[in-house]
Design a protein. Sequence first.
Length: 153
Amino acid sequence: MLVDPISDYITLYSSDAVQTGGRLVWNINPEYQFKNRGQYCLVSLAKASVLDTDQDTNVVVVYKDGQNAGSSSNNAAALGIIQVSSSHNNVVHHAYHGAEPVKYLTRARPTTIELNLTQIDKTEITIGQAIFVLKFEYLNTEEAQATTLSTMY
């Protein structure tokens, strides 16, 4: 089996992050994640919600640590796009509905996580409140290495 059947989930609240413009950085306690797993894992955005007073456009969640990801901007890749779900009394609600989430290869058990938030046009966004749930699926080290070697050109 290439992927461990038990995943780790980390819930990130924007209020717990160091936020500089559209950049949010969390320090993660390594005890939050199971230790006896491989060094490779896949990260995906499992759930997300953003509450803001002036952001009536979709929010792009950009992840910089994806090893198998890139973009035309050469700065990172979109982990997910959070769509506007409702607007009432100048408060805009956003929700993530990822039918098939993007999964990026990343280092296992990160001690910091950085997400950058932008509009579709790559303009940085500063948000009011948000919650992000990241899913970490661990790969069997030997099988992942064998698969990589067998598919090299």
